[in-house]
Design a protein around this ligand. Sequence first.
Ligand code: SF4
Ligand code: SF4
Length: 94
Amino acid sequence: MPTSAQHPCDPAVTCASCAARCCRLQVLLIGDNAVPERLTEESDWGGTVMRRLDDGWCTALNRDTLLCTIYAQRPAVCRDYLMGGAECIAERAA
Ligand code: SF4
Ligand code: SF4
């Protein structure tokens, strides 16, 4: 995965001014054994992903605070998602 050193982030971007937009993306689990199974599901193509509700948001998201309820055990994909990175900025603009 890219690092912030390879792809500088926009320091003006902050999760505090974002309604957890990236938590509506599909999150593939790759050896993320600490994630509670009840929050996961099998995708159409056979991979294990974070389960999402009908509105698209991840079931691990607290709807009141818009914070991740499994932050310490969150999947590697979520850990590698860079605040202010290219994907983040594109998602916020969508
Ligand atoms: S990482 Fe980016 S898209 Fe995700 S909540 Fe933070 S600002 Fe929003
Ligand atoms: S596991 Fe947490 S950080 Fe990852 S998409 Fe779900 S709520 Fe967001």
